[in-house]
Ligand binder design. Structure first.
Ligand code: BGC
Length: 418
């Protein structure tokens, strides 16, 4: 596809972008974009950016690499960069942003970011900078510690959203007795980690901090951690037989249809409910996972921008994309489709549903209380090597009959892998 801009179109692009003349689309500038947003809700969300960029005169080349949580996408990215075909922008987050910046292959986008600091959570602002310069544009904040429940199923068994593990297991038993798969799950390492990390969080904010941020050996080997492993062992008994390898959005589809009662998943699951025209409080219920109402694990998606043609400066397309991602209008529409909340704190929440409003309120409350944590399961914490070693332990445990104490012993060893 070739994109040629007439001068009239360029003038329109200038108005649409509301941008400085130097950043007007260069005729035919192609922006290649690597990401892993391929489910129904995810595709709808990224399409908002594609359309916006097209309106500004840029040609969008899509490199979508399927695979929830981005493991396959990160492998594809390495191959592209090594072969000299770095994309214009790529979905990267957490400590990996720094790693790529350290390779000296990114451009800074300070020019697009003049007002960002004042409008986003400080923790996220820190993550998208390298050496004091902005190198990534953040989209939104996803909360991980959610439980999604089919409302008709809940009413059918006369249940209420569980706030403790005993309540959770009592509800799971009711679902089971009614012939419903109590916990819809996809047996992939990152999905196993989602449940495990959420159960860690349910032991309290301090426990999460010591275990997963400080990697404190005493906490990692404590009786409480044994309980965490025992709890995930029990949760596993409520999966259906076909859970191995299932994609996350297919597990969400089970909760959408009612074949599944509940799912532990970040709020991109809500993007799937929205895409299926399902409404919060009517068709589904969102509740913080048992024991985690005072805490918030998050992941914040961002696009990082790679040097193009050996030039150290950002191209007009990169600056336009960064500005667009952080514009209040885009932030609103993207998150409405994605299930997240805008990373920009000045975007009004009135168009959002009760789950997003709760997410915003809990985000603000936990930032104050000290319970707002980067998610280990989603690459926001620890090096990929350490996180990978922990993931192996958790997923092996989920798929074997290992004793909880043995799981804990292996966890403590994995936390030392650097
Ligand atoms: C990303 C989400 C995405 C999810 C499932 C997470 O790592 O942050 O944006 O929807 O993976 O693919």
């Amino acid at each position: 596809m070739k994109c040629t801009l007439t001068s009239a179109a360029a003038a329109v692009a200038l108005v649409i972008a509301g941008t400085h003349a130097a950043e007007v689309a260069q005729a035919g500038e192609q922006v290649s974009v690597l990401h892993w947003w391929t489910s129904g809700g995810e595709s709808k969300a990224i399409r908002v950016l594609k359309d916006d960029m097209s309106k500004q005169g840029y040609e969008w080349k899509d490199f979508a690499v399927a695979g929830g949580s981005g493991t396959a996408a990160m492998t594809a990215l390495k191959t592209q960069v090594i072969s000299g075909n770095a994309p214009t922008a790529a979905q990267i987050k957490g400590p990996l942003i720094q790693d790529w910046a350290d390779q000296g292959v990114l451009v800074t986008i300070d020019q697009a970011a003049s007002d960002w600091k004042a409008h986003i959570p400080a923790q996220i602002d820190k993550d998208i900078k390298a050496d004091g310069h902005y190198v990534a544009a953040p989209f939104s904040v996803h909360r991980i510690n959610w439980l999604w429940i089919n409302k008709a199923d809940l009413d059918k068994v006369g249940g209420t959203p569980p706030t403790t593990w005993p309540e959770f297991f009592a509800l799971a038993d009711k679902f089971r007795a009614a012939g419903i798969t109590a916990v819809a799950h996809g047996g992939q390492p990152w999905q196993d980690m989602t449940i495990w990390e959420t159960v860690v969080l349910s032991q309290g904010a301090e426990f999460y901090r010591k275990a997963l941020i400080d990697l404190d050996q005493k906490t990692l080997t404590s009786p409480q951690m044994v309980q965490v492993f025992e709890t995930i062992q029990k949760i596993r008994t409520y999966f259906d037989k076909a859970y191995h390898g299932r994609d996350w959005n297919l597990a969400t589809a089970m909760v959408i249809s009612g074949a599944g009662g509940m799912q532990f998943m970040g709020d991109w699951a809500k993007g799937e409910f929205a895409n299926a025209n399902k409404k919060a409080d009517v068709d589904f219920v969102c509740a913080p996972a048992p024991g985690t109402s005072n805490a918030y694990t998050y992941t914040a998606d961002a696009f990082v921008f790679f040097q193009q043609n050996g030039k150290k400066d950002a191209t007009p397309g990169q600056l336009a994309m960064a500005k667009t991602i952080m514009s209040p209008e885009f932030q609103e529409q993207f998150s409405l489709n994605k299930g997240s909340i805008p990373v920009r704190l000045d975007v009004p929440m009135d168009k959002f549903d009760s789950c997003a409003k709760k997410s915003r309120a809990d985000e603000q409350a936990t930032i104050k209380s000290g319970g707002f944590f980067p998610s280990l399961a989603f690459g926001e914490l620890q090096s990929p090597v350490t996180a990978g070693a922990i993931t192996d332990v958790v997923t092996n445990f989920m798929n074997s009959n290992e004793d909880a104490k043995e799981g804990v012993r292996k966890l403590a060893a994995a936390a030392k892998v650097k």
